[in-house]
Design a protein around this ligand. Structure first.
Ligand SMILES: C[S@@+](CC[C@H](N)C(=O)[O-])C[C@H]1O[C@@H](n2cnc3c(N)ncnc32)[C@H](O)[C@@H]1O
Length: 224
């Protein structure tokens, strides 16, 4: 295995494709994930919603219950097949795409991502947040939840990688590297501010973070 960040990004898609059938177990095994539910209820999810890296659709139905429509994107067709069965709604549309290449065809009131930001290599974060900006309607919000710094203790953190990475193992014993950045809430809010966002990022218990980010309104006649 090389030391290249592109290689890890490809490997994490392979990992989530191979893990799709095992993925939902974490939601039945980890009670603390439920602490995120009331937090999400208080975050501004509304209108037409874009969900990035929807996976098996664990959050998609909750979004759909508050949204006019949900467009949910993920690179793993195996995960999307599970999501389609879990959320068979005429207002929910699933798309298979690589988020590092995908561009939105329209703008959305809410862009939501759960447990995805931690998988974006740090050098790709400015481009990722530009994608979020290009996906948001005026006055729209990005809403996200993820692992926080407390989670690093439970991971097999790899040294000597081009980007922060951990080793994951599937039931069949196969091993994969995935990108994993345990964002510290205050630092993430500062980074987002430096890219022009008004962001609020809070810890949720010891293991999670939740945040919102929006762009200041552009005065009429400016911008572009
Ligand atoms: C930790 S899972 C999160 C799934 C879901 N949001 C959740 O919270 O349960 C990360 C997801 O990112 C997807 N993914 C990984 N690399 C991707 C890429 N380059 N483009 C789109 N999706 C990707 C994986 O297929 C996986 O479903």
């Amino acid at each position: 295995m090389g030391n290249d960040s592109d290689g890890v990004v490809r490997e994490q898609v392979a990992y989530y494709r191979a893990r799709a059938a095992e993925y939902d177990r974490v939601y039945s095994e980890r009670d603390d994930l439920r602490t995120l539910l009331p937090v999400l209820d208080d975050l501004p999810v509304k209108g037409h919603v874009l969900e990035l890296a929807c996976g098996t659709g664990q959050w998609t139905g909750r979004l759909a219950a508050r949204a006019r429509s949900v467009t949910a994107v993920d690179a793993a067709p195996e995960a999307l097949a599970i999501a389609r069965e879990r959320v068979p709604s005429p207002t929910v549309h699933f798309t298979c795409a690589d988020l590092f290449a995908w561009r939105p065809a329209r703008r959305y009131d809410t862009v939501f991502f759960a447990f995805w930001l931690s998988h974006v290599p740090p050098p790709r974060l400015p481009d990722f947040w530009r994608l979020v900006a290009d996906s948001l309607a005026p006055a729209g919000h990005a809403v996200f939840i993820d692992n926080g710094p407390g989670e690093s203790a439970g991971e097999d953190v790899l040294s000597g990688q081009a980007v922060p990475s951990v080793r994951r193992r599937l039931e069949d014993g196969s091993e994969y590297r995935v990108v994993k950045v345990f964002h510290e809430p205050r630092q993430l809010a500062r980074d987002l501010a430096s890219w022009g966002w008004q962001a609020h990022v809070q810890p949720v218990g010891a293991n999670f973070i939740a945040g919102t980010a929006s762009l200041p309104a552009t005065p009429q006649g400016q911008g572009g």
